[in-house]
Design a protein around this ligand. Structure first.
Ligand code: ZN
Length: 136
């Protein structure tokens, strides 16, 4: 973990997670999926979480998601402008992430809100997938 110029924590990609971070830089949500049973998964796993197959491969997910749950964060959190929305988002493929939501005010967010993946460039070298309200 590093810290960017705004004080925000920055993950350090490794060989196992590089496809996820490389995808984010291209504006693509890359996730692992099982070639044997089709299950999607995150974080990075050496085996399928459903059937234990080792035939795990990287696939491009749709990038569409929705708000599964959320909290409005108040306080002094380095790298985040308070208040902000911290949400668990569920992708169309059924994978859940916990992330801040860009472009959503706390009084607008709701469970089930449609989201689209965007690139969050944290440093010149590291980007992560972020989510904001999907265009209508
Ligand atoms: Zn499987």
């Amino acid at each position: 973990m590093g810290i960017n110029q705004n004080g925000r924590p920055v993950p350090l990609p490794d060989d196992a997670s590089a496809p996820f971070f490389d995808g984010a830089r291209r504006g693509e949500l890359m996730l692992q999926a099982c070639a044997a049973c089709g299950a999607w998964m995150w974080p990075v796993k050496p085996r399928c979480v459903e059937c234990w197959s080792e035939e795990v491969q990287w696939r491009r997910a749709s990038g569409r998601a929705s708000v599964y749950s959320f909290a409005v964060m108040h306080g002094d959190f380095p790298g985040f402008a308070s208040p902000y929305v911290l949400a668990t988002v569920e992708t169309e493929e059924g994978v859940r992430f916990t992330t801040d939501l860009a472009g959503v005010s706390p009084d607008q967010v709701h469970i089930g809100m449609s989201l689209a993946m965007v690139t969050e460039q944290l440093t010149p070298d590291v980007a992560i997938p972020g989510f904001r309200p999907a265009p209508a």
